[in-house]
Design a protein around this ligand. Structure first.
Ligand code: PLP
Length: 680
């Protein structure tokens, strides 16, 4: 199980082998310029004409225009420019044009951004008006009825890219007709191609942009349909290609490839039927329900493309879900691809009135009509594996008690963090500075490993611990008396073999952890000190050079700092180990340790063997302080940290270098770029 399963078809698709062959032919044998009148040019022209003729038949273009371009963003641009230029001319002639540019609240950003751009550039100054959708993603037709008479242009997509929700185009057309709206109508058909039947000339649609790369053609090629009689203004002027509608020598490789896809679509022998695709979606949904308890689908399946599932899981962020799927080599996306880097809530789900946890935590799983049974079955098995990995990591509820952890765990949110001191032997733990945002995480961690929480202490006086105390229920002794810092009536807290001692520092408190000799925790025995801020001066007499300071504010992702002045971490490039150099490095350093710093659920869900084919140690960033303390004591054998992209491992290597470990490295580009080792 090492191959990638690509379930992000709404972002882009692989290229159909027949399309690759057609592109290669257009670049190889038939490389001519279709505008040339010699035989080489004519051969290319035939390709162009065949592709266009196929598109015209397939989309029911009738007497309308069908031009090739670079993709849907260009098509939207051209359509908006055409409609708005016509509106301006009409206004100049003294005709009424309405005052609104209406667009669906769930449109791809290319639509409102183009509307705003051309509205400003053409000096039209019309009002951009969002058309709301209901919780199923359907346009509010009553609102459209009210707006349509004032609208100069209405933009509604055929199917949504995030949720697959299909627009009832017939209902919109009926509203435009019954209100006598003078508006032009743009329908973004990108996600509909190959998945919905289209007969454009039989509708009132004025403009319909398409994109090749959403249906197995390469990126950088698309089409625009313009209804016969609808206004048209070229976006690009020049040599007069595409009948003067879109100048620039044609992207013949792209057009030939798109032509091959369209011809496969027309023949009907390549892509799966709606029914088959719907059965694949049902199977994926069933696996998701079984693997991820409480999963909520963010759109009605019966009103969506059969190739899209958009879901959220209570208690899990989209980042966590993305990471676990990626580890299992299942490629999905959070929200829309354009905003995948940001964990911002999805504006599409916001518009559908989804609560914040669903719109910020959403995952889109989408496949194309070329999907096959074996891939879907494999995807279902990997979804189950992801569920098991999340259960074992206590991120989703499980019937079974998880194997308990020992040592320190850092749980952070945006610069602040809580620390858990865990003792597996006695199944007990201590919580230091519980963050309100971490309540659910701490509670499920404690419950699933069946720990008894001995104490919940704070570094500041009067911090609110009540929410966590209530959430912990029987896992915490509510009756024990504590001071304003949560400290019980004892000089020190014993946790298995370890002792936690407190240090007063004005209004603040610091805590020291180590193995006490009798009742006293000697400075040389202190392994960790916990503080809201690194109070080195106060702590120096009470600790030793090996003590690590664990701050509960960690804006710069330092994890922990040493008592001594930090060593120079070196230039970022000194830390980087290229995957091409990994084998040689491992041969030269047989004692080198590979350390996987991804989260435990990513480690558990991983299907591919690790880099270098060597067994890796799993040490997520939250457990780094604990392990750093051990690594620094020993011989300082080389440490090679890795993660998915090289981001987290770089932080880990920097930490170890700062703490004085001279041989800490980060695998450049992470697992994403590492050549896969052969499975044993
Ligand atoms: N419209 C929709 C619905 C899309 O999904 C996309 C692609 O993300 C676009 C427009 C933009 O298409 P292109 O990448 O061809 O510019």
């Amino acid at each position: 199980m090492t191959t990638e399963i690509y379930l992000d078809g709404n972002a882009t698709t692989a290229v159909l082998p027949a399309a690759i062959a057609a592109a290669a032919d257009a670049m190889g044998q038939r490389y001519g310029n279709p505008s040339s009148s010699h035989a080489t040019g004519l051969k290319a022209k035939v390709l162009l004409d065949q592709a266009r003729a196929c598109a015209i038949r397939l989309l029911g273009v009738g007497e309308g225009r069908l031009m090739f371009n670079s993709g849907a963003t260009e098509g939207i641009q051209t359509a908006v420019l055409s409609a708005l230029a016509a509106l301006r001319e009409r206004r100049e002639r003294g005709e009424p044009i309405g005052s609104l540019l209406v667009y669906g609240a769930t449109e791809h950003k290319a639509v409102p951004e183009s509307l705003a751009h051309w509205n400003r550039l053409l000096g039209l100054n019309l009002t951009l008006q969002k058309l709301p959708v209901d919780q199923d993603g359907a346009h509010d037709l009553a609102q459209l009825r009210a707006l349509a008479p004032q609208a100069g242009l209405v933009c509604t997509m055929a199917a949504n890219n995030e949720t697959g929700v299909i627009t009832d185009l017939a209902a919109i057309e009926a509203v435009l007709a019954e209100t006598g709206s003078p508006a032009y109508w743009l329908v973004d058909c990108v996600q509909a191609l190959g998945k919905l039947d289209l007969n454009l000339a039989a509708t009132r649609i004025d403009y319909a942009p398409f994109s090749g790369h959403k249906l197995y053609a390469p990126k950088g090629v698309g089409m625009l349909y313009v209804r016969a009689g609808a206004p048209f203004t070229p976006l690009i002027m020049g040599g007069g290609q595409e009948g003067g509608q879109r100048s620039g020598t044609e992207n013949m490789a792209g057009i030939a490839a798109l032509g091959a896809v369209l011809s496969a679509l027309e023949r009907g022998d390549t892509f799966r039927s709606h029914h088959q695709l719907a059965s694949y979606r049902a199977r994926l949904a069933e696996s998701l329900r079984a693997a991820l308890p409480g999963v909520v689908f963010n759109h009605p399946f019966d009103k969506s493309l059969p190739t899209t599932l958009n879901f959220s899981v209570p208690g899990l962020s989209s980042r966590e879900l993305m990471d676990v799927f990626d580890a299992a080599q299942v490629r999905v996306s959070s929200g829309s691809a354009c905003s995948a880097a940001k964990a911002a809530p999805s504006y599409v789900l916001d518009a559908m009135h989804a609560p914040l946890w669903r719109s910020a935590g959403a995952i889109r799983m989408s496949f194309g009509p070329l999907a096959d049974e074996a891939t879907i079955n494999d995807a279902c098995r990997r979804i189950e594996r992801c569920g098991a990995a999340l259960r074992a990591s206590c991120l989703i509820p499980s019937e079974r008690t998880a194997v308990p952890h020992d040592g320190l765990l850092q749980l952070g949110v945006e610069g602040a963090c809580s620390w858990l001191v865990l003792d597996a032997a006695s199944r007990s733990c201590i919580v230091i500075d519980p963050l309100p945002e971490m309540t659910g995480r701490i509670e499920s961690y404690v419950r699933c490993q069946n720990y008894h929480v001995q104490a919940i202490v704070s570094t500041t006086s009067g911090a609110d611990r009540s929410v966590l105390i209530e959430a912990l229920g029987r896992h915490f002794d509510h009756r024990a008396a504590t001071d304003a810092y949560g400290w019980p009536a004892a000089a020190a807290i014993k946790l298995g073999a370890q002792t936690l001692a407190r240090v007063a520092d004005g209004a603040a408190r610091h805590y020291l952890l180590g193995v006490a000799d009798g009742d006293t925790l000697a400075p040389r025995a202190v392994r960790f000190a916990f503080s809201a801020r690194p109070a080195v001066d106060v702590l120096r007499p009470l600790t030793c050079a090996q003590t690590l300071l664990c701050p509960t504010r960690d804006e710069h992702n330092q994890f922990c700092v040493g008592m001594a002045a930090p060593a120079n971490a070196g230039a970022a490039s000194d830390l980087q180990l290229d995957s091409a150099a990994l084998d040689a490095f491992l041969q030269a350093h047989p004692d080198a340790q590979l350390v996987d710093v991804r989260e435990p659920y990513e480690f558990a869900a991983t299907t591919a063997p690790g880099p270098g084919g060597r067994q890796a140690l799993s040490v997520p960033l939250g457990r780094l302080a604990e392990h750093a303390s051990d690594w620094l004591r020993g011989e300082h054998a080389p440490l090679i940290f890795f993660c998915r992209s090289g981001n987290r491992s770089q932080k880990a290597a920097q930490l170890l270098r700062r703490l004085g470990h001279a041989q800490a490295y980060s695998l450049n580009g992470g697992l994403a770029l590492a050549p896969l080792a052969k499975a044993a």
